[in-house]
Design a protein around this ligand. Structure first.
Ligand SMILES: Cc1ncc(C[n+]2csc(CCOP(=O)(O)OP(=O)(O)O)c2C)c(N)n1
Ligand SMILES: [Mg+2]
Length: 344
């Protein structure tokens, strides 16, 4: 049941796996926007304008590919904190991202939630948990509800990091999903690090996908730098889940190019040589080249795409920055019932 999928988007060949030109360009746009917004978070943090940003460089391909397999208006996404690309890939706007980073009152949480912790009922995007793997019991609960209500044609996509697979909630959720044949896909973004803990100190068998068989569900390993392979694997698994075929575990092998967050200094635990070596496989320029080489985009078309991403990110930054913070007297709104204010 455990399988390794082949790579479909290497530089010399383009296996579309059913994707149209428009969808391929859509995947690239999500990857470019993901990288741009993540970079913007670091810039704003270093300028002292925001307290914190997360870092998803190296995760763009897996997330943009997976987002293309998500059916908007039907499926449910239960992501973890490093999933900015998935969130924008299913429809979260750059402005919503910037409002969260700037903690402005127009943010979905009123500027109260931890940055990057999005939620959107409209998009089927569940609230993100900082507590590792705590989102997974919620995800299987949502999948159980779909099954209980006999809502076929819908499934849950739940993501997790490699380190979080050491948490009890991961095991419990995998087990529960397999027992009840739930409509859920677990996507693990294996970037080989859990802050400063390397994979080898986290697990003796580095092939996380092989564990799926022990729970009684298919396990697949994919190249997380290949957005088309990620799309195809997630699409196949989501289609199976939507039609009563039960859960799947997918391990996407990728890498985190930057520090864990703006609060981390990765020079203290990994060498610059290691990072430089992995950068050679950077999925963003690789996918750009692939689409241009195969005539999906012209060189000018690529430049236009990059310009439009930059313009949209800049506009969202300026708009969000110009908006107000929540008012201090609003601190306890939605915290206590009946507008109770503890200082009165
Ligand atoms: C239960 C719990 N333990 C520890 C932490 C602190 N922590 C935050 S992120 C992180 C690393 C997680 O690594 P991984 O699951 O591989 O995801 P990645 O950040 O690499 O994408 C840790 C230990 C936490 N948030 N929750
Ligand atoms: Mg990790």
């Amino acid at each position: 049941m455990a399988t390794k999928s082949k790579t479909s988007g290497s530089a010399s060949t383009l296996e579309r796996r059913g994707l149209t030109d428009e969808q391929l360009v859509g995947i690239l746009r999500t990857m470019l926007m993901h990288r741009r917004l993540e970079g913007r978070g670091f810039e704003l943090n270093r300028q002292g304008k925001i307290p914190f940003a997360s870092a998803g460089e190296g995760h763009e391909a897996v997330q943009a590919g997976a987002a293309m397999a998500f059916e908007r208006g039907k499926d449910i996404l239960v992501p973890y904190y490093r999933d900015l690309g998935l969130d924008i890939g299913i429809g979260l706007s750059p402005l919503e991202v910037l409002l969260s980073l700037f903690a402005r009152v127009a943010d979905h949480s009123g500027g109260r939630q931890f940055p990057h912790h999005y939620a959107s009922k409209k998009l089927g995007l569940y609230s993100i948990s900082s507590v590792l793997a705590a989102q997974l019991p919620h995800a299987v609960g949502a999948a159980y509800a779909l099954k209980y209500r006999k809502e076929t044609g819908r499934a849950v996509l739940a993501t997790v990091g490699d380190g979080a697979t050491s948490e009890g909630e991961w095991h419990e959720s995998m087990n529960f999903a397999a027992i009840h044949k739930l409509p859920i896909v677990f996507l693990c973004e294996n970037n080989e690090w859990a802050i400063s803990t390397p994979l080898a100190k986290q697990m003796a068998n580095p092939n996380i996908y092989e564990r799926a068989e022990g729970y009684g569900m298919p396990g697949v390993q994919i190249n997380g730098f290949d957005p088309i392979a990620c799309y195809a694997a997630v699409k196949e698994a989501m289609d199976r889940a939507r039609t009563g075929g039960g859960p799947t575990f997918i391990e996407a092998k990728c890498y985190r190019f930057l520090a864990h967050t703006t609060d981390d200094d990765d020079r203290t635990y990994r060498s610059r040589e290691e990072v430089a070596e992995r950068r050679k496989q950077d999925p963003v320029p690789t996918f750009e080249r692939l689409l241009v080489e195969h005539g999906v985009l012209t060189a000018e078309g690529l430049e236009d795409l990059k310009r439009s991403v930059l313009a949209e990110a800049n506009e969202a930054t300026d708009r969000a920055e110009s908006m107000p913070y929540p008012a201090p007297h609003d601190l306890y709104t939605n915290v206590y019932a009946d507008s109770y204010q503890p200082w009165r």
